[in-house]
Write a protein that binds this ligand. Structure first.
Ligand SMILES: Cc1cc2nc3c(=O)[nH]c(=O)nc-3n(C[C@H](O)[C@H](O)[C@H](O)COP(=O)(O)OP(=O)(O)OC[C@H]3O[C@@H](n4cnc5c(N)ncnc54)[C@H](O)[C@@H]3O)c2cc1C
Length: 369
């Protein structure tokens, strides 16, 4: 089977790229290779969106909120925005809708797993479990392998139907009032409706925990809040790199999380992936096949410094998150998280960094080049 473009992986990046190319009315022969069905994807993909842009995702939005909080035992920072919403996209709905749209196109979706990619003359040969595909350009979005020693954000979350209304009306972005022995740990919660609450235990560290550990943390947090559940509706788990992902395979382009679209300091990727594949589709229309740089060098440099300061000074980590949130307005915070940051916003964030470890880390990084 010969194609102009092969997209490996029909997740956020792969399918969003395919849809952009389809909507561009491309004449190119395109194949998407993915082993899983979209309806089996269980994930809440959340990000901040300007209110004017919500309609683009309206059919897959599971919840949206104007308020979010960051807290510990003694402090609670509440952000209320009039311009941005914190939006939760239902991954399965989002991907299923794109696949339905592509059913009426000349873009082929093959349900198969890629095993190996090799170069053959000017083309790439993609060996799958049951098929062999040849393409001029390959965009690989398979989840990156995360080497041991890499800082990661690992999490397990459960959506509950509660016995009674929870009275939580804002998103809980980070509640640090939990066990801190296994790394920087916080609870994240999305109040979908009066009695439906998604609660996730997230840890930033190099070592992963057993699922039971996160589950116990969720239950303990709920007990402390007097929240009882009738049943568990669904669960999601994940591991996201907070370190640099660099894939070098000549002639194979990497997109999505594999292509460096995860923001290293926060683990958020949705917004970056949408910008990355949007720009890429434009490039392809103009016969340029390179993946645009997703994260500018300054953001990457600052995120690396931020993470290193956190690893080396875990005792200040919670205050750092709280003070950074406190120093920004809700709109500034949303812009910071979605990389639409001004110098003014950066200067407020930098002002919250503890001076000595921050300057030491900058000097070390500059020295290393
Ligand atoms: C549970 C979970 C929740 C998350 N929540 C958020 C969030 O709230 N906000 C945010 O910004 N980011 C979030 N993320 C980060 C997340 O990584 C991205 O948002 C997004 O899914 C990454 O898109 P992607 O296309 O790079 O990878 P994916 O969406 O993971 O797509 C990769 C695809 O490759 C396929 N694949 C795997 N192996 C093969 C193979 N051998 N051959 C072919 N295909 C293969 C997979 O089945 C998958 O469909 C979350 C991640 C997880 C796991």
């Amino acid at each position: 089977m010969n194609f102009d473009i092969a997209i490996i992986g029909a997740g956020n990046a792969g399918l969003s790229l395919a849809r952009n190319l389809f909507r561009d009315q491309t004449k190119k022969k395109i194949v998407v290779i993915e082993p899983e069905l979209p309806e089996n994807k269980v994930a809440n993909w959340c990000t901040w969106m300007h209110k004017d842009n919500l309609s683009i995702f309206k059919n897959s939005i599971k919840g949206s909120w104007e308020d979010w909080t960051v807290s510990n035992k003694t402090q609670k920072i509440i952000h209320s925005s009039s311009s941005y919403k914190y939006v939760c996209i239902n991954a399965s709905m989002y991907l299923s809708q794109i696949e339905n749209e592509l059913n009426n196109s000349n873009i082929l979706i093959i349900r198969d797993a890629v095993v190996e990619i090799s170069k053959k003359n000017n083309r790439k040969e993609i060996i799958c479990k049951n098929n062999i595909v040849s393409a001029c350009h390959v965009y690989d979005s398979r989840p990156p392998k995360l080497n041991a020693g890499l800082l990661r954000q690992h999490f397990y979350g459960i959506e509950f139907e509660l016995t009674e209304a929870h009275h939580i009306d804002s998103v809980i972005l980070m509640d640090f009032d939990v066990d801190q022995y296994n790394g920087l740990h916080f609870i994240y919660a999305l109040p979908f409706s009066e009695r439906k609450l998604f609660v996730e235990s997230t840890v930033i560290s190099k070592e992963l925990n057993q699922v039971e550990w996160y589950e116990d943390q969720i239950k303990l947090w709920m007990k402390n809040k007097n929240l009882n559940y009738l049943k568990k509706l669904s669960s999601e788990k994940g591991v996201i790199s907070q370190g640099k992902i660099e894939y070098k395979n000549k002639g194979i382009h990497c997109i999505g999380a594999r292509g460096g679209a995860v923001r290293m300091s926060s683990g958020y990727a949705f917004h970056n992936i949408q910008s990355q594949v949007g720009e890429l589709a434009n490039n392809i229309r103009n016969e340029c096949y390179d993946v645009p740089v997703t994260m500018n060098k300054f953001v990457t440099f600052m995120d690396e410094i931020f993470n290193k300061v956190l690893i080396n000074n875990p005792q200040i980590a919670i205050d750092l998150f709280l003070n950074t949130s406190k120093s920004l307005s809700a709109d500034e915070f949303a812009r910071f998280m979605t990389n639409t940051t001004s110098f003014n916003i950066w200067s407020k964030v930098i002002a919250q960094m503890p001076k000595k470890p921050f300057i030491e880390q900058i000097l070390k990084s500059i020295k290393r080049g």
